[in-house]
Design a protein around this ligand. Structure first.
Ligand code: G3H
Ligand code: 13P
Ligand code: ZN
Length: 349
């Protein structure tokens, strides 16, 4: 099956009332882990690459690895997504490569660190929407700013500094025509999200629910959605790691989000922890080993286990064969003739 539009995946998820995990990749083993999990659970998938991932793996290696996945698993719909595009140019280059979806993260300036103004965000996101939709490519925007820094990307802070304002979310969705909207509700990228199990004072599910009420037909996206499970932290630390005690986003809160319009759930850190724990364990307990396959295979298996679990918890499991893929060309026509218009349905306050 060719790569499919993320818009189609998310529209189907909305129809079915489930969420779709968007998992970050940097290498072949991570792609294999996701596809293994998708096959095991019969799930549609979103594979996403950050700018850092594209630079690390080199664009063409990464893109062809994902094409290989679509050849090896012809029955599984795969959307390939640019995570946190920092500029029109970054998104354009992903579209030229063949990505079927891009995130224009205009919540930050092009440096990927400094919060931008609302008007700057609207302008650059709209520019990407116009370019992408003409080519049948899905666009995710972001309003409000997440906390944390990953690989130099991010505003830092706790995530509470720039919580999304529901009125701004409505205006942003209306003026840009994005297909999916990432909102800031107190989560951060990376392992250090919360210093205790989060409650409503730090994880603003009420804001998410308020936004969904105002924008009932906009696909919401939760970034920074790793749960940072204690058992994965413990494995890393048992075998020589030095992670400080930390809490992520409880899966039940993500499920509450999914009941309230969340269709895309971004997870990277949990997989990083699973991989690192598995590699540490082999190298710590069997220091004589030096064949990378001896630790990459358990690492891949550990990631597959986490991804399978999340696919099941988010509800996408069992939905890979619900629909046939719509070609990107047909999707482009839909944007043009208005049948896929993303003008949001806005509900009264
Ligand atoms: O946006 C956050 C993802 O975890 C990707 O992180 O920029 O270090 O590849 P990265
Ligand atoms: P985590 O760091 O919580 O896995 O978040 C990943 C993410 O939001 C990627 O865009
Ligand atoms: Zn993110």
């Amino acid at each position: 099956m060719p790569l499919v539009s993320m818009r189609q995946l998310l529209d189907e998820a909305a129809k079915g009332g489930y969420g779709v995990g968007a998992f970050n990749v940097n290498d072949m083993e991570q792609i294999q882990a996701i596809m293994g999990a998708a096959q095991e659970t019969n799930s549609p998938v979103i594979i996403q690459a950050s700018r850092g991932a594209r630079a690390f793996a080199q664009d063409r290696y990464l893109f062809h690895l994902i094409l290989a996945a679509s050849e090896l698993y012809p029955d599984i719909p795969i959307a390939m997504h640019q995570d946190h595009g920092n500029s029109f140019e970054t998104c354009k280059s992903a579209i030229e490569l063949g990505y079927t979806s891009v995130m224009m993260d205009g919540s930050l300036k092009e440096d990927g660190k400094t919060p931008s103004s609302f008007e700057e965000n609207v302008a650059v996101t709209k520019q990407v929407v116009d370019y992408a939709h003409e080519r049948g490519v899905t666009v995710e925007g972001e309003i409000g700013v997440l906390g944390g820094v990953e690989d130099g990307h991010g505003a830092g802070g706790s995530g509470l500094e720039h919580i999304t304002d529901p009125d701004q979310a409505v205006e942003f969705a209306e003026r840009t025509g994005v297909d999916a909207l990432a909102i800031a509700i107190g989560t951060s990228h990376g392992a250090y999200k919360f210093t205790k199990r989060p409650d409503g004072s730090v994880l603003k599910m009420d804001v998410l629910i308020a936004i969904h009420k105002r924008l009932p037909s906009t696909h919401l996206v939760m970034h920074g959605s790793s749960s940072v499970p204690k058992d994965l932290q413990d494995i890393v630390n048992e075998y020589g790691g030095k992670l400080k005690e930390t809490w992520g986003v409880p899966v039940e809160e993500i499920q509450l989000g999914i009941r309230n319009g969340v269709r895309k759930v971004n997870v990277d850190t949990d997989n990083r922890l699973a991989i690192t724990g598995a590699i540490r364990k082999v190298l710590w307990t069997q220091p004589e080993k030096f064949d990378p396959r001896d630790y990459m295979k358990p690492a891949r298996e550990a990631m597959q286990k986490v991804v399978s679990q999340r696919m099941t918890q988010f509800g996408q499991a069992g939905h890979a064969h619900d629909y046939s893929p719509i070609s990107i060309e047909t999707i482009a026509k839909g944007y043009k003739d208005g049948s896929l218009a993303t003008r949001p349905l806005v509900a009264a306050k």
